[in-house]
Design a protein around this ligand. Sequence first.
Ligand code: AMP
Length: 429
Amino acid sequence: MATLKAVRGTRDLLPPETSLWNRIETTARAVFARYNFGEIRTPIFEDTGLFARGVGEETDIVSKEMFTWEDRARAASEKPQSLTLRPENTAGVVRAYIEHKLGESGQLQKLYYIGPQFRRERPQKGRYRQFWQIGAEVIGPPSAGSESPLRDAEVLEMLATLLDEMGIAGWTLELNSVGSAADRARYNDTLRTALEPVVARMCVDCQRRAVTNPLRVLDCKVPEDQPIIATLPVIADSLDEESKKHIEAVKEALDAAGVVYTLNPRLVRGLDYYTRTTFEFTHGGLGAQNAILGGGRYDGLSEAIGGPKAPGIGFAMGLDRLVLTLQAQESDQKSAPPQVDAYIAPLGEGLNAAALKLARELRRGGLSVELGDGSFRLKKSFESADRVARKIVILGEDELSSGILTVKDFATGTQTKVPRVELTEFLKN
Ligand code: AMP
């Protein structure tokens, strides 16, 4: 029988690597708390229409990367529904914002999420079909200040802090403005005109995009198209006064806070909902998939999916890529698995039950404990213990009746007799 394997583009995460994942998530939660963000958990699948309308039909994500299926009706009263595994989480958060009328509080909503996303991409290092994102959104009615450039700068400053605290060294922040919806419409016209004489020499995707949504030509990754793309007009020249003022204010606040950025006029991001500020943090150590995180403003997204006016800004960072970056930085991460405080070695199967009782006492006392098995010979117990624990506790008939246990410290090689009542304290030191 053929062996079953994890599906292409998905993978199992195993210890000790998962402890690095947990460390990153713990740091993220701690930083989000300091910036007063609360956690939101939305479903892993949504109505397909949410992504079609929210992310945009012509984006790569919606046009070719979604895992979509027809959910059959199970009763005459039900209708079949097209469902999709979420390819990103912003649309889901904004859907929840609308559904729960969060805007009616009049306050800014500051929400973060941590969870898996799904895209049917060509798998390679740093690119998976199930991958994890940590993201956050600041969204609310304009009266709550949701359009203020201060919000953009604060999110970017938080990201700089977050990456620093996670220990990611040497990141670069790239910044741009894609303007308001009206600016983008103007830029799309400009691009359409500029593309007319050259598009015949470009890839088929670009030929289609040039007609349907010229902005998406800038997402093209085909190497032969890049020299042509480099000659196209930049969006900065299509921005109106308001949009220019907005990005200038973001830059001014970042300068004041000492957050370093570079301007990238080609950074338009692959999702249709972005307006004004767009950004990406990249890292040289990641190779071709060098974006650790991306985000931007989405002032019209709520209205696009049937909600009230609710400007917002957010980002999503790839947890898989954070892990790859940190692993490259700390190459010893894998070779040194964490050790538990003690390994309990019962000397004989008759002592197994007493060993479990002792393990329970120590664990309740806050120690990490690995429990051996009395069917092991003493030599095997020592070998097993040496691999996983700092100390071994021997539990034989004598130890059980006398209440004096034998403890060996592997680092120093010393053996000590310890009364059971003092054992927890002894092992902690
Ligand atoms: P995006 O919404 O495409 O801008 O994605 C935001 C971040 O998620 C990227 O910067 C990556 O770090 C991460 N990401 C996106 N797609 C994938 C993928 N297929 N595999 C791993 N990480 C991804």
